[in-house]
Design a protein around this ligand. Structure first.
Ligand code: CDV
Length: 315
């Protein structure tokens, strides 16, 4: 018996600074209805799905920046999304800026079951960018200013009949992300992203290069851990800043089974058989038989090799 999770990768087009949460939630609900009509039972939205990608804007005033954060989840503005998901019997995952009751700030994502209950939370661990305004950059990327690194690790959850994990944007470029979940038997990783089509520190990198690195990272993570990966973009031009699209679903053999070709709101629906993860996990990536942990100590003992002279700081 196959174990099918019919997933909808729900790409969002641009969200401008002036757009309200209500406008965005209406768009997310419209995507959910499309996903339902196409047979999906699980919908995945991007990183920081409820607002513009605000870390590109420098603010000295923490209280001003807090306008982009959710103080509770669900809250008054997000409750209609939860209500719709419950009414449609749709599980979901989306990213948002989390402000905890203790005043801590995280770039987070959640898993919500078909009954509208939050059953899992992940807080982004690999935060890219910088803390202070950097005049050398073509654009700012201030995630290290607005968020602290996630403190929940990379758990997996029993969800929709399989083992589900989450990651957020830059996490997808790090093999450790997938491997920690792979070691827990993950069968599907869902992740959202906001990726500028330009590298703020290199004019030589093209949008095509950036898309190549995106696909390379996601496909490698899927293949090397024999897991489905659902990668969902916020795309298009937000207040003059372009984010590439490239929403895709990668199968456990690393192949792309579907990819969105536009930069607007839209769903990519695919029936993912979780049993397709079994072959890779039992053969070439049977970790118990083939891994050699006695040689991997440096991975946790050492963070990096240090910055060679002339290397640009951050990314
Ligand atoms: N939101 C992100 O994490 N963006 C990064 C960019 C800055 C490289 C990414 O990895 O796509």
């Amino acid at each position: 018996m196959p174990r099918i999770v019919t997933v909808a990768a729900a790409q969002l087009g641009p969200i401008q600074k002036a757009h309200s949460r209500r406008q965005v939630i209406d768009r997310m609900i419209a995507l959910m209805e499309q996903a339902k009509a196409q047979g999906a039972t699980f919908i995945v939205y991007p990183e920081l799905a409820l607002t513009t990608f605000f870390p590109r804007w420098y603010s000295e005033d923490r209280a001003e920046a807090d306008q982009w954060f959710e103080h509770s989840m669900p809250g008054p503005e997000t409750q209609p999304l939860f209500d719709k998901a419950k009414a449609l019997g749709m599980a979901m995952s989306f990213g948002y800026a989390e402000l905890t009751p203790e005043g801590r700030h995280f770039n987070s994502s959640i898993l919500v079951d078909r009954g509208g209950r939050i059953v899992g939370k992940y807080r982004k661990i690999h935060l890219p960018g910088h803390v202070e305004f950097d005049p050398e950059r073509a654009h700012q990327h201030l995630e290290k200013r607005y968020f602290e690194p996630g403190d929940l690790g990379f758990p997996v959850w029993e969800f929709e009949g399989g083992l589900m994990g989450m990651a957020i944007c830059n996490d997808r470029r790090w093999p450790e992300t997938y491997r920690v979940m792979g070691l827990q038997g993950v069968e599907m990783v869902v992740l959202g992203y906001n990726t500028p089509s330009a590298n703020s520190q290199s004019k030589n990198e093209t949008a095509a290069d950036r898309l190549f690195h995106h696909r390379l990272s996601v496909q490698a993570g899927a293949y090397q851990n024999s897991t489905w990966v659902v990668a969902v973009a916020k795309a298009g031009t937000e207040d003059g800043h372009h984010l590439f699209g490239g929403t895709l679903i990668a199968a456990p053999d690393g192949k792309i089974v579907g990819e969105v070709q536009h930069e607007e709101d839209g769903v990519l629906v695919h029936p993912c058989d979780l049993d397709d993860t079994r072959f890779g996990k039992a053969t070439i990536f049977d970790f118990i038989r083939h891994r050699r942990v006695e040689h991997y100590g440096l991975i946790t003992e050492r963070t990096g090799v240090g910055a060679p002279l002339g290397k640009p700081e951050g990314a």
